[in-house]
Design a protein around this ligand. Structure first.
Ligand SMILES: C[S@@+](CC[C@H](N)C(=O)[O-])C[C@H]1O[C@@H](n2cnc3c(N)ncnc32)[C@H](O)[C@@H]1O
Length: 247
């Protein structure tokens, strides 16, 4: 996305102790109007060009995109595979920040999925041509079939899912189902809160769960990193987990 000057300013609500899903900010426009938006109301955020990038990437210094892209690239490189031979499904893709990072690192990113039509509209508006297909996953069997068809059509062999798993986001059961559709030898790269990964029982147990009926997915790399600042000045840690299905 080409960064252009924003025609609004953003003021974060720095009230101490707000949970990640309670955080809000104020958007002020030149005509004097103001709009308070909850960060997790992604439909409202994506509707405003540049707002997600301004709040999450710039002001809150989100490290998930750079982390997931570089760790997946490292894993693929160590396996002796070129990034250009890796075709990724980005799950919970939002407006395409992760997809753009993957593309810039040489990966191919033909397919995205997300629950929100607003996410697809924003991706097409701000990053036209990034994806060949963007499937709206409303959790139905029909959407699951559409994702499966796209995986086969584009011969996908990797799945990424950044900051989109867990309560209020994508249920782990959905991820298990979609990962099951990828062929042997495929890569997976996730970021999720360190607390959630601990609840799952750690990275390998999480990947065992995600493997479903398949042969277990091996952890290739895991580490804890600072995902982003919180609006009150604190920060939240996530784990990045990269795995691979046995070939
Ligand atoms: C924090 S954003 C992350 C977006 C993107 N991965 C990134 O890092 O820029 C979480 C995304 O998950 C999506 N999401 C939440 N629940 C979902 C669900 N049940 N199915 C698919 N996508 C979902 C949201 O619409 C949102 O785009």
């Amino acid at each position: 996305m080409t960064r252009t000057a924003l025609d609004y300013t953003v003021e974060l609500d720095r009230t101490a102790g707000a949970d990640q899903d309670e955080e809000t900010f104020l958007v002020r426009r030149p005509d004097g109007t103001e709009q308070r938006i909850r960060l997790h109301d992604y439909d409202l955020v994506y509707n405003v060009p540049g707002l997600y990038e301004e709040v999450v990437q710039r002001q809150l210094e989100c490290a998930s995109p750079a982390t997931i892209v570089s760790r997946l690239a490292d894993a693929v490189g160590k396996a002796g595979i070129e990034t250009g031979d890796v075709r990724v499904l980005d799950v919970g893709a939002g407006n395409g920040v992760i997809g753009e990072g993957l593309r810039d690192a040489g990966f191919r990113v033909p397919v995205a999925s997300d629950a929100l039509v607003e996410a697809r509209t924003a991706a097409e508006r701000d990053r036209p041509g990034l994806y060949a297909e963007y499937v709206i996953d409303d959790g139905t069997p029909d959407a699951f079939d559409q994702i499966g068809a796209a995986i086969r059509r584009h011969e996908l062999n990797a799945l990424t899912c950044a900051a989109a798993l867990g309560p209020g986001h994508i249920p782990i059961e959905r991820l298990i189902g979609v990962w099951g559709l990828l062929p042997p030898g495929s890569f997976i790269a996730l970021t999720a809160t360190t607390a959630l990964v601990a609840e799952w029982g750690g990275a390998q147990i999480a990947l065992n769960a995600v493997s479903g009926e398949d042969a277990p997915t091996e952890v290739v790399h895991t580490e804890t990193f600072r995902h982003r600042l919180l609006m009150d000045g604190g920060s939240v840690d996530y784990d990045v987990i990269v795995g691979r299905k046995p070939a």
